[in-house]
Structures are given as structure tokens and as C-alpha cells.
Design a protein around this ligand. Structure first.
Ligand SMILES: Nc1ncnc2c1ncn2[C@@H]1O[C@H](COP(=O)(O)OP(=O)(O)OP(=O)(O)O)[C@@H](O)[C@H]1O
Ligand SMILES: [Mg+2]
Length: 267
């Protein structure tokens, strides 16, 4: 995968350099994978994360070649591309989730607020709190709604007492629009919610530990259009505080209307 920042600060749809709407379609002349390079504007002012010359190999097979990109503050970045071009692989580089795959090797430089996240002294547990992840399929823990949210803050000691924990749970559920509906049912299992509610619960669980960047790998692919619209509105709202790296799929019509700040596409 290589990247092309084709739209910046677009209100509704990506714009090209002449300010015209970009019609998203499959590239006709695919460049040989070996010759792909990062093109387009990779820099933003005051970036939150910087990636330079990132290569990823699974064994002998190269999945990502020479990707360089800045990830700004309070922006939503969408990434699209054909199956297998390396979108999930690149996303996982940003919080070292690829470390869990034995044959995976990441090289190049990735920094969060100037700190090399692949430095051998970096502890990946707090890193994955700072760079949180929401997965394709909603994956609430088999616990109550309350305990799903409280799980991370408990592990990381973010609450000194029950009142503080209650506040974190309430705030997180309010921000994801679940509070009013579930305030009296916090002891009910998180797995008993609808798909869209489960995904919002997972987002609430992610923000409960105060991440700086949220990675989302096709968070809406298992949801219907209405639940998708709710999550997309939520992403727009959350980006006022967080940077969101949102992974969508090429054929998803939502890509064309989803108001991202930047859109990455394979070349
Ligand atoms: N755990 C793994 N072991 C070996 N190869 C892998 C592994 N994960 C991904 N790959 C390979 O790396 C390449 C990129 O895969 P990746 O999952 O990042 O693609 P993707 O763009 O997210 O695709 P999709 O749109 O289908 O989700 C593919 O060729 C894939 O086969
Ligand atoms: Mg993928």
C-alpha cells in the first residue's frame, strides 16, 4: 500500500487540487506493487503522529512499502483500497498490534508526539491506551455494560474510588449516546445490545481510558445503514477531542459522503 492524501479539510466530499469533487473509482492502471511510493501531500502542521518510510513484511512477503504520512490533531482520516492492499496492516502499525503476529516485521519510523513508538524501551500497554482501537466486529466483553466501560480505567488505575469510576462510565456512555437508554440497566450484559449499540459500547470503552488517537478498522461493516449513520455522526463529534483513523472499504458508499479531513487511497 502507498498513500495519497487527496483531500484536506473537505466539508462533505473529498476535493482534488483544483477544488473539484473527487469521484472515487477503482484505479485503471495499477502501478506495479514494487514501484508504488507515497505520493501527494503527506505533511500536516503540528502532527500528532508521523510515519516515515514504513515497510511491513509477513515472512518474505512485503505487505506495505515505503509509506510516509503525517496524522494531524482532531482530524478524521479515512483509508480506502482494494482487499489485501495493506489497510489493516498499516492501521495495526500505529499501536504495534502487529507485534502480536510472529512473522510480521515493521521497519521505518513511527512517532507519537515525537516519541518513536518502536523504541525498545516503549511499553506497548500504555501505548495501546494512547492509540486505542475499535475493531470491525463489535466485541463487547461478556460483562455488564458498566464493567465493559470500567474495565480499562480499572486496569490503568484511572479512578480512585467508586464515585470516580461512576463518573467515567457515565461520561463515556453520554459521549456515545447510550446513557439515556441504559442508565437504569448498567448491570445488563453488553453482549445483549444490538450490533450498533455494541459498537457504540466498544467506542465508549475505548474513550474511557482517554486515548489520543483512535484507530477504527471498518467499524461499520457489520452494521445497517442507520446504525452506520449514528456511528459516523459520533466519529465526527469525537474528532473534536481525538484524532481518528477510520478504515472504510472501497465499495462502501459511505466513503463518498463521509466528511473526512483527509482521504488515503492506494495508487
Ligand atoms: N497475519 C498475516 N500473516 C500473513 N500475511 C498477512 C497477515 N495479515 C495480512 N497479511 C497479508 O498482508 C497483505 C495485506 O493484508 P491486510 O489485511 O492489511 O489488507 P487489507 O487492505 O486490510 O484488506 P481487507 O480490505 O480485505 O481488509 C495481504 O496480502 C495479506 O494476505
Ligand atoms: Mg483489513
Amino acid at each position: 500500500m502507498s498513500t495519497d492524501r487527496v483531500a484536506k479539510n473537505a466539508e462533505t466530499e473529498p476535493l482534488n487540487d483544483e477544488g473539484r469533487r473527487v469521484v472515487l473509482q477503482k484505479p485503471k492502471n495499477l502501478v506495479n506493487r514494487d514501484k508504488r511510493r507515497t505520493v501527494g501531500e503527506i505533511h500536516v502542521d503540528n502532527p500528532r503522529m508521523t510515519c516515515r518510510n514504513v515497510d511491513v513484511h509477513y515472512g518474505n512477503k512485503q505487505a506495505i512499502r515505503d509509506v510516509s504520512l503525517d496524522i494531524g490533531r482532531n482530524e478524521v482520516i479515512a483509508m480506502i483500497g482494494p482487499s489485501g492492499c495493506g489497510k489493516s496492516t498499516f492501521l495495526r502499525c500505529l499501536n504495534r498490534m502487529n507485534d502480536t503476529i510472529d512473522i510480521c516485521r515493521v521497519s521505518g519510523e513511527i512517532k507519537l508526539d515525537g516519541q518513536d513508538i518502536y523504541d525498545k524501551h516503549i511499553d506497548v500497554v500504555p501505548l495501546r491506551v494512547q492509540v486505542g482501537m475499535v475493531f470491525q466486529k463489535p466485541n463487547p466483553f461478556p460483562k455488564s455494560i458498566y464493567d465493559n466501560i470500567a474495565y480499562g480505567p480499572r486496569i490503568h488505575g484511572l479512578a480512585q474510588n467508586k464515585a470516580e469510576m461512576d463518573e467515567i462510565v457515565e461520561k463515556s456512555l453520554k459521549r456515545t449516546g447510550l446513557w439515556e437508554e441504559f442508565r437504569d440497566r448498567l448491570d445488563k450484559p453488553g453482549t445483549g445490545l444490538s450490533g450498533g449499540q455494541q459498537q457504540r459500547l466498544c467506542i465508549a470503552r475505548t474513550i474511557a481510558v482517554n486515548p489520543e488517537v483512535i484507530l477504527m478498522d471498518e467499524p461499520c461493516s457489520a452494521l445497517d445503514p442507520i446504525a452506520t449513520a449514528v456511528i459516523e455522526d459520533l466519529i465526527r463529534e469525537l474528532c473534536k477531542q481525538y484524532t481518528i483513523y477510520y478504515r472504510n472499504s472501497l465499495n462502501d458508499p459511505g466513503v463518498a459522503r463521509f466528511p473526512t479531513d483527509s482521504l488515503l487511497s492506494p495508487r
